[in-house]
Design a protein around this ligand. Structure first.
Ligand code: NAD
Ligand code: DAU
Length: 344
């Protein structure tokens, strides 16, 4: 029996990761999910796992070392996977405090905790955004210099550097993963793809930042989850693995694809003020993960998007519930000044 501790397991990728573990290993794994349930954490994402005898949920902040030590001291932990983070670039532009607290201080607390608990492997789930951005050419490789441009990516980069330092200083068994833009079920509707799908279904305008020509490399979330698991099990300690979807698209390509698939008019698109410090392009070279882990993405953009749109159509109450709560205040603050006419 292999025991995973997953932090941030009630969020988008963390929840998909827990589903992936039970689907792949069933009774051969135990999963302990630690999440403090910020606006982005949602226990509905894990309804299907709740009854599993090998699943345990602990509601706690990753900065709260005392509680975590008390809860985990008797556990024998194989893989400790840190997904917990403040993850939205736009929110980090509105205010960076929570990003510094969770993504930097939280990472430091988890590293000390994981050392005390003597975990077999600690995996830091990071992002390609730590590398900054690219022009039309080139790819991020694992030793591309760290040059983050947003408070979000700067806080993730600081977390990565702490992880690296614990390897160099304490010989702690760590691996860092850096992935491109994920999409799929359970993604909070503040991020591009779920925001555009849900706005289109509600007949609302679709806010396109700037010219819409920025490029992202889209990866279906389950491919990322498989990569994180492979890095935990087989990754070379003290090193970084990049994961990408081999699916570069401009934002306009993505939004038009969604509108076409939902049979909605392009007139719903509304060009709005650009994001401050908006990274132009991300593109991932994942040849190291391919060579060392035998990993490559298995779901192409069209298939992944069809699955994703089907999920948002089938789970309308999931996102309608989110969009009817505090999220509305964020949307007004974020888009109120950008969009000419806000939808009621
Ligand atoms: P998310 O915002 O959907 O979920 C984050 C989860 O962490 C939530 O459940 C939240 O409640 C929890 N959390 C936040 N602060 C916490 C704290 N202090 N203590 C305990 N729990 C806390 O994020 P996501 O998109 O699922 O991203 C997960 C991780 O993957 C993040 O580290 C992110 O940087 C990284 N990542 C995301 C993407 C992407 O495209 N979404 C790509 C590459 C890497
Ligand atoms: O690259 C990995 C990163 O991808 C992760 O580390 C982050 O956690 C994740 O949020 C994501 O960051 P992005 O900033 O690339 O994702 P987002 O979905 O916010 O935006 C994608 C692109 O779409 C970006 O160019 C900005 C644009 N955009 C976004 C929103 C929310 C719009 O044009 N309009 C919008 O309303």
């Amino acid at each position: 029996m292999i025991t995973y501790v997953v932090t941030g397991g009630a969020g988008f990728i963390g929840a998909n990761f827990i589903h992936y573990l039970f689907k792949t290993y069933d009774d051969d794994v135990r999963v302990i999910n630690i999440d403090c349930l910020t606006y982005a954490g949602n226990l509905h994402n894990l309804k299907a796992c709740e009854a599993h005898p090998n699943y345990r949920f602990i509601k706690a902040d990753i900065c709260d070392s005392e509680t975590l030590l008390k809860e985990l001291k008797d556990e024998s932990i194989d893989y400790f996977i840190n997904f917990a983070a403040e993850s939205h670039v736009d929110r980090s532009i509105l205010g960076s405090g929570p990003f510094v607290q969770t993504n930097i201080v939280g990472t430091q607390r988890l590293l000390d905790l994981a050392r005390t608990l003597d975990v077999k492997r600690y995996v830091q789930v990071s992002t390609d955004e730590v590398y900054g951005d690219l022009d039309e050419t080139g790819f991020f490789v694992e030793d591309t210099p760290i040059q983050p441009n947003s408070p979000y990516s700067a806080s993730k980069a600081a977390g990565d550097l702490l992880v690296r330092s614990y390897y160099e200083t304490h010989k702690m068994p760590v691996v860092i993963t850096r992935c491109s833009n994920n999409y799929g079920p359970y993604q909070f509707p503040e991020k591009l793809i779920p925001l555009m799908i849900s706005n289109a279904l509600e007949g609302k305008s679709l806010p396109i930042y700037g010219t819409g020509t920025n490029v992202r490399d889209w990866i279906y979330v389950e491919d990322h989850c498989r990569g994180v698991d492979m890095a935990a099990r087989k990754g070379v300690l003290g090193t970084v693995y990049n994961f990408g979807g081999d699916s570069e698209r401009t934002n306009l390509d993505v939004v038009k694809w969604i509108l076409k698939s939902l049979d909605k008019p392009e007139s719903l698109m509304e060009y709005v003020e650009d994001r401050k410090g908006h990274d132009f392009r991300y593109a991932i070279d994942f040849s190291k993960a391919k060579a060392e882990l035998g990993w490559k993405p298995s779901v192409d953009f069209e298939t992944g998007m069809e699955r994703t749109i089907a999920w948002y159509l089938d789970n309308r109450s999931w996102w309608e519930c989110i969009k009817s709560g505090d999220y509305q205040a964020y949307y007004e603050k974020m888009y109120g000044k950008k969009v000419g006419k806000l939808d009621e």
